[in-house]
Design a protein around this ligand. Sequence first.
Ligand SMILES: Nc1ncnc2c1ncn2[C@@H]1O[C@H](COP(=O)(O)OP(=O)(O)OP(=O)(O)O)[C@@H](O)[C@H]1O
Ligand SMILES: [Mg+2]
Length: 154
Amino acid sequence: MRQKEKPVNSFKFELESRSINESLARSCIAALIAQLDPTVDELADIRTAVSEAVTNCIVHAYPDQLGKIYISAALYRGGRVVIRVKDKGCGISDVPRAMEPLFTTGNTEERSGLGFSVMQSMMDRIAVRSKPGGPTVVTLEKRLRLKGDADGSV
Ligand SMILES: Nc1ncnc2c1ncn2[C@@H]1O[C@H](COP(=O)(O)OP(=O)(O)OP(=O)(O)O)[C@@H](O)[C@H]1O
Ligand SMILES: [Mg+2]
């Protein structure tokens, strides 16, 4: 059996689903990723993707109450970054549909249904696991181009 690769650094934290915590989440993740010396563009892409995932928890998962958002980030050798954003909110009944560009169950004056598309374009891989009433887990993955002879060690 293939051994699970160990991250060179990782952290986990949880937040309440207050809108103010969206910027807190993206800043925490950016501080970790900064250890890999990313380009400005790479860091901006990751911040944007995290922001979309966390906003979805705040807006959709817990529409009428506060709930917990569980975030983890791991850095692997070679510059691979894996971020998980999880909530225990209302869940998604049809994940492929939810991921279609312009699909939204939100108020169309505020939401454009492009959050998942943005995450997809900013990251190399996105996986969404959910079911109605169950937890929703969004996994975001990106491989950074390491500068010079860096190997991703931190
Ligand atoms: N964590 C979540 N919990 C429950 N439903 C979700 C969650 N994340 C996304 N969804 C569902 O997936 C749909 C599409 O999400 P997406 O982020 O692509 O667009 P949006 O949030 O509706 O609009 P935008 O992100 O452009 O403001 C949402 O409208 C919502 O129905
Ligand atoms: Mg969204």
